[in-house]
Design a protein around this ligand. Structure first.
Ligand code: PFF
Length: 460
């Protein structure tokens, strides 16, 4: 292998373990934590969801995260290069992950741009009395499916800004770009979100919202789809299985504890998720009370939560503008630090394969990405494409490649003992037979069940 300093100056590296941990948290904490987790938990047993969720985290999520770390940290390459070094012939798995990341980046950027615009809309409640009509009609002009000559006016500027920011971060590189962004923005995100949660808890009706979220439905524990939801949420939320953690781990200096880091990242991500659940449902409780309806009628996730429910809450709550700026600002930061992680998967793969400079690789990747994204989302709402692509990428693209790569590493290549030894050289607590069983049996079975149930849902 190349000498350490050479390799570092050529590929880039995080300057310390702390920076790596913050960048990994930045990737893990994304839209999934804020707008996906609360609703998934609510729908799948409420307080009882904590059981399958913790089981999924401890038996599959963290073990799988450590596997990704081990591959990237030991083989010191982008996803395709790491797989190729693990065993020739498996490089394709890495390229599959690269392709998924490319697709995700196109539409993830659009959601961040919407949130950026809405941060400012919060100041004057631009959505007026009808947030839903405003979002789909005026803002996205979602009636227009055809690509038209006129741009969707509200989206172009924020989307261009997102891409300029991404370009700047990516050109600056691993430490000065991604590292510094994470070190600055992750503490800001946590702070902003804490203030938001406190603010939400002070709203009338917050208690009812929390009751709705946390009241356990123990019968959920016997439902396979609830367990599948927990495993699905954990895999997505930790950003495992799609090349991100392999890539980031390849930028960590050799003598670092990857096991301890994985535990910190895993628990921080779940902590943020819990916090988001509290904040979101406290706010929904307020919305329900204001509308005189039960919380169940206003509970939602995804685009509906962020761009329809929250505007309503912001309009009605005392100090609504503050809530809006904190909420949408958090979405922007959480989204941006995840977006750069998926794009880095693509850039590092291009660099490793074609031996190009960081600047060249960044331009080769970010220019087409941004053009695609801008054409797609500023000339049509893109919302139909986004819905369909997001569903297929999340349900099948990621899950299938995660499952296949796990089976290949564990069973076809029998690589777990070697990877475990690698983690144990500097890592604590050590991993052993337990970890190998979890990664080779429990996590793949969890993934397979999620997949089968998703398929069944789509077919019926
Ligand atoms: N862990 C991220 C989240 O919870 O939102 C998942 C993710 C999605 C990461 C999309 C990166 C990304 F571009």
């Amino acid at each position: 292998a190349a000498g350490q300093p050479d390799e570092e100056s050529r590929r880039g590296a995080f300057s310390s373990r702390r920076v790596f941990i913050l960048a990994a948290i930045g990737s893990a904490v994304g839209l999934g934590n804020i707008w996906r987790f609360p609703y998934v938990a609510y729908e799948n047993g409420g307080g009882a969801f904590v059981v399958p969720y913790l089981v999924a985290l401890l038996t599959a999520g963290i073990p799988f995260l450590l596997l990704d770390y081990a591959i990237g940290h030991r083989y010191r390459g982008s996803a395709p290069l790491s797989f190729a070094r693990l065993r020739r012939g498996t490089e394709g798995l890495g390229w599959w992950q690269v392709a998924i990341c490319f697709v995700i980046a196109v539409y993830y950027a659009a959601v961040i741009a919407w949130a950026l615009r809405y941060t400012f809309f919060s100041l004057d409640e631009a959505w007026g009395a009808d947030p839903e009509g405003f979002f789909f009609g005026e803002f996205l002009q979602a009636g227009d499916v055809e690509v038209t000559a006129d741009v969707v006016p509200g989206v172009l500027a924020p989307l261009a800004l997102v891409w300029v920011a991404v370009l700047a971060i990516m050109v600056l590189g691993v430490q000065r770009g991604i590292g510094v962004t994470s070190v600055v923005f992750i503490p800001v995100l946590v702070l902003a979100f804490l203030v938001l949660v406190v603010q939400a808890l002070l709203l009338p009706g917050a208690g009812a919202g929390l009751d709705a979220l946390f009241t356990p439905d123990w019968s959920a524990l016997t439902s396979a789809s609830v367990w599948a939801a927990a495993f699905g949420q954990i895999f997505f939320s930790l950003s495992v299985g799609f090349g991100i953690m392999i890539t980031y781990a390849s930028y960590v200096r050799r003598r670092e504890d990857m096991i301890g880091s994985g535990l910190v990242v895993g628990f921080s991500n779940s902590g943020f998720e819990l916090l988001a659940g509290i904040g979101v449902f406290a706010a929904l409780g307020f919305m329900a009370q204001a509308g005189g309806v039960p919380v169940g009628e206003v509970a939602s996730g995804g685009i509906g939560l962020a761009f329809i429910a929250f505007p309503t809450i912001i309009s009605e709550a005392p100090a609504g503008a503050l809530i809006g700026v904190l909420f949408f600002g958090s979405l922007v930061i959480a989204g941006l630090t995840s977006l750069v992680s998926v794009i880095e998967v693509v850039i590092s793969a291009v660099r490793d394969k074609f031996d190009t400079s960081r600047l060249t690789a960044t331009l080769v990747v970010v220019v087409p990405l941004s053009v695609l994204s801008l054409v797609m989302f500023s000339t049509t709402s893109g919302i139909y494409v986004l819905d369909v692509v997001d569903h297929f990428v999340n349900q099948y693209g990621i899950l299938v490649v995660a499952l296949v790569s796990m089976l290949v590493v564990a069973w076809a290549l029998r690589a777990l003992p070697g990877l475990g030894d690698h983690l144990n050289v500097h890592g604590r607590p050590r991993v052993g037979a337990g970890w190998r069983t979890l990664t080779s049996v429990v996590a793949p079975v969890g993934l397979a069940v999620v997949l089968v149930l998703a398929l069944r849902d789509d077919l019926t």
